[in-house]
Unconditional design. Structure first.
Lengths: 253, 253
DNA sequence: AATCATAGTGTATTGTTGACACAAGAGTAA
DNA sequence: TTACTCTTGTGTCAACAATACACTATGATT
């Protein structure tokens, strides 16, 4: 929680630079050690958790704002970002309203305004991310999808909607380029799919189908040093991958 | 175009009642005589065309605002509505900015603000609609998708994005309940799909697949009076239809 | 050398999709 | 009445995709 003075300064700055009534919230997915992770912020106030988010500069394109916000939290540029929904329930920031309403008069109080928030989800390579808290938060951390805290505001809904969208997208678009390291094995990629879908898949059928999409290149040398048979390494064929992204996989009419 | 006085009155009212910087634009699809139609507004200014749209009351849920706007244009309540994208290019209302900037000083001038617009598409039964122009428009008319005028602002992009979304949706959701009359024949439904997809489909395969979804009920009596073999009538099985809406059709993992 | 865990590959079965042909009903014109 | 035409209803076959499942290969461990 900010002091009154800090709050006033923040609000002055916000009113000066940001579009009112509009915010952006981001669901950043990463994949590590066979687990799907989400980047979350733990506030300085004990036990308060949010998704990373922020506001849009007055003349800034939406996607650029989302990129800027994510760069601040992750250190990454050029993130795979997908707008997926606008959340605009008039009551969605009630908690903020209660929390901040006594600290500043309503006209000056940025946080007692109504906000529509534009939801983006991002897919990133876990290892590239350098989680960085913002001014309100004590920590920015990766959180396992199976071990989520209770979120403030409607951020649980935002996360769920993002995940649903991601799962749907899996059916007609390639995925993984942004979540896997450059080189990976087929079992690793399968694990990603299984994790997103929360469902076991058949090894052989997965491989056949995946290869059928024609977006993978098998590399020369298998991975060494493992305790078992050395698996082949693959990388995405970026040309075909991008084509599949825009054209989508089959399915349908 | 409004007079300066009318504009000032409109802006005063807008500032008083609406959330600034946010608008809603709607792509209303209807189906009539084998053609997919879109509801458009023809302005009083010669040759200016827009999609129906409006603003959001300060404490109004987004979807309610979209419903309200559409009720004013169509007379319909309880429309099938789907939010599909937010358009927020800072330059998107440049034309409005040019058009209105000399009429009122910027602080009072609602239309020279930047607006993000939330795109909704709607599917409606053509015959139920009573197209009604708004205060800025001379006519509200159904326009054939193959015969679209040049739109102002980014409304051509909004329409295209809506159509792309609709086509995508066709692959994993049922559609038609909101576009067809209560009772219809299989060839009529097929025509709807063909029109949306802009592609011929095989009669027999279409029927097999459609029935396979289990969302149709065949009615007792075939349609009479036609000049040929009387086709069966179908209606949607609303229970299964709704289930399919939320769960989606198969396809995928 | 035997064992274990994991990786690579093939095949038989079943289900789905796409292409296609013929029969049936209803009006029309000789 | 009959032949014709238009449209609808239905069935089948072949190609392809998805599923289930089993064996072989490799490298580390004992």
């Amino acid at each position: 929680m900010l002091t009154k003075k800090e709050l006033a300064a923040y609000c002055d700055n916000a009113r000066e630079n940001y579009l009112p009534h509009i915010s952006i919230d981001c669901v950043v997915f990463g994949f590590h050690e066979g687990q799907l992770k989400v980047l979350i912020l733990k506030m300085k106030n004990e036990g308060e958790y949010y998704l990373p988010g922020g506001f849009m500069l007055k003349r800034e394109p939406i996607e650029m704002a989302a990129n800027r916000i994510l760069k601040e939290r992750t250190g990454l540029d050029e993130i795979f970002l997908q707008q997926f929904h606008v959340f605009g329930d008039p009551e969605r920031s009630k908690e903020h309203f209660e929390m901040y309403k006594d600290m500043l008069p309503a006209e000056e109080n940025w946080f007692t305004n109504r906000f529509l928030t534009i939801g983006y989800y991002a897919l990133v390579d876990f290892c590239d991310v350098n989680p960085t808290p913002d001014q309100f938060s004590a920590e920015c951390i990766w959180c396992d999808l199976n071990d989520l805290p209770e979120f403030k505001l409607d951020h649980a809904l935002i996360l769920k909607t993002a995940l649903d969208t991601l799962r749907l997208q899996l059916n007609y678009q390639p995925i993984g380029y942004n979540l896997m390291p450059k080189e990976f094995t087929m079992p690793e990629l399968q694990k990603l799919y299984e994790t997103i879908l929360d469902k076991k898949l058949d090894r052989r059928n997965f491989q056949r189908r995946m290869l059928g999409f024609g977006i993978l290149s098998r590399l020369e040398s298998p991975r060494k040093g493992g305790a078992h048979k050395a698996p082949y390494l693959y990388s995405f064929d970026l040309k075909n991958y991008k084509a599949a992204l825009t054209e989508g996989f089959k399915g349908g009419w």
